[in-house]
Design a protein around this ligand. Structure first.
Ligand code: ATP
Length: 472
């Protein structure tokens, strides 16, 4: 299997590794996002100890860790077969052989699924903190603590009350891959199908790997999502059971959001929960990276206005797809009516379904251009704007709100015409910004009159699929 993307994460890890000071890096992110694979890729070619914790008792974990330490060169003689506790085990990290090819003789130690270790021995963070303060912070060592239990890491490791608070030299929260890396899993797809696949699977490598790059999109949807017994068919239920106890309630909340409930009261009404209860469940879904709350950019200052009520969305593309098309069709799918569900439910709605993922892709494209310095100005904020009547797919503004970029994204069969530009100008007149640019993103190109206009007017930029997937 080819390793794809993750350039920023690897850059970050390499620069920590090259740093002269001791490093304690906390890495976390939702399940399946690619933490282990990225760490393995980073560690390859460097002497290292990679300990993948299991859900087990403290004694079992210590036994497994001791075995790896002794095999890696820690002196076993002092202990009969294993370390008696984490204090002695971690004290011995400094006895591991150094990396002789590296200037600073760095030792690299990775604890994958660290929360499992703390669960079986809650004193571990304070043991590590003590050792760090006394000895480890003066050693040539890089320790990475990795975990997928997001709430655990955020509450127990990174919060002020945690003994490890303030000791971490770096925190890396792994996000799903951006579309340009995610679609590299399906290199021979057309740009349109890449977009559809990204709208369905998102940037989670484990999901992207389920599709066969040699099969077309329809075959992949039918055989790898809609077919009972496949990993993706049962993934949502599997993950929900792993993360939550009251899965039925969580399911009903996500389904309510999938069906268009975007405000707390709507969600509470649809799920028959009190708003207080609903908001607790929603907070947990946000914590595990399944829901998000989006705020509109502010019309006056082009900042996100937290004061306004945000809208809830399903942040994970695959969960959106599953709740939109698999969950409501479960009884048909259980009877093997895959072709029917595809033809009558999915195919006619797929482009509409993909429209919001397409908007996110366009915003990410702008963010990448912004980082590369290829936008007409440096944007301080890039997001969506809406009020009670109008909505703009993507807006970007500079710090003092003098420059404004307004964008419209159309994932549909007709080319974008002049009316779309006129409508964008009208909606944009409600936002501040002396100098304005109009960015039109289109699946199927632009009418000739619009192309002629854009040729002579630098404030109008036409972005087609080739640009979105190619040049910045
Ligand atoms: N950058 C990548 N390129 C190619 N394949 C990848 C990449 N990242 C992850 N994968 C693959 O995706 C799958 C999930 O990745 P991985 O196990 O690293 O995720 P994780 O975040 O550690 O998951 P979990 O928290 O569920 O253990 C694996 O099959 C892995 O090989």
């Amino acid at each position: 299997m080819r390793f794809i993307g993750r350039a920023n994460e690897l850059d970050y890890l390499e620069s920590s590794y090259a740093d002269k000071r001791a490093q304690l890096v906390i890495m976390y992110g939702r399940r399946r996002v690619g933490k282990t694979e990225t760490l393995a890729h980073f560690a390859a070619g460097k002497p290292h100890l990679f300990f993948s914790a299991q859900s087990a008792t403290k004694d079992e974990q210590l036994a497994a860790f001791s075995k790896q330490m002794f095999a890696a060169g820690a002196p076993a003689a002092r202990y009969i077969d294993r370390y008696p506790d984490w204090q002695t085990a971690l004290s011995d990290l400094v006895t591991l052989p150094r990396n002789s090819s590296n200037d600073n003789g760095r030792r690299l130690v990775i604890f994958d699924e660290f929360p499992y270790l703390v669960k079986s021995d809650p004193s571990l963070p304070s043991v590590l903190q003590n050792l760090w303060d006394r000895t480890l912070q003066h050693e040539d060592i890089m320790i990475i603590l990795c975990g997928s239990a997001m709430s655990f890491i955020e509450k127990e490791i990174l919060s002020e009350k945690s003994p490890l608070y303030g000791r971490a030299t770096g925190i890396l929260k792994m996000q799903p891959m951006p579309y340009w890396d995610a679609t590299a899993f399906l290199p021979d797809y057309t740009d349109e199908d890449k977009t559809l696949a990204y709208a369905i699977l998102g940037g989670i490598p484990h999901y992207l790997l389920q599709f066969d790059p040699d099969d077309d999109l329809q075959t992949n949807i039918e055989n790898r999502i809609l077919r009972k017994g496949t990993a993706l068919y049962s993934e949502v239920e599997f993950l929900m059971h792993q993360e939550f106890r009251e899965t039925a309630t969580y399911n009903s909340i996500i389904q309510a959001v999938a069906l268009g409930a975007t405000q707390l009261n709507d969600i509470a009404q649809k799920t028959l929960l009190s708003p207080q209860k609903a908001s607790t469940y929603i907070a947990n879904l946000i914590e595990v990276g399944l829901l998000e709350r989006e705020f509109p950019a502010n019309a006056k200052t082009v900042e996100f206005s937290k004061g306004m009520r945000g809208l809830y969305h399903i942040s994970d593309n695959f969960f959106r797809f599953w709740f939109a098309f698999v969950f409501p069709n479960r009884s048909n799918l259980e009877f093997g009516d895959i072709g029917g569900v595809y033809r009558y439910d999915i195919e006619p709605q797929l482009h509409t379904f993909a429209a919001s993922a397409f908007e996110h892709m366009c915003a990410d494209w702008l963010r990448r251009c912004n980082a590369a310095g290829t936008l007409p100005f440096h944007a301080n904020i890039i997001g969506r704007w809406w009020n009670s009547k109008d909505e703009i797919d993507v807006v970007a503004g500079n710090r003092d709100s003098t420059r404004l970029l307004l964008g419209e994204c159309k994932f549909r069969n007709q080319p974008i015409d002049m009316r779309v530009l006129q409508e964008l100008r009208r909606k944009g007149s409600q936002l501040r910004g002396e100098q304005r640019w109009y960015y039109l993103f289109s699946l199927n190109g632009f009418t000739e009159s619009l192309r002629n206009l854009a040729e002579h007017d630098d404030s109008i930029r036409l972005i087609d699929m080739k640009t979105l997937f190619g040049a910045r």
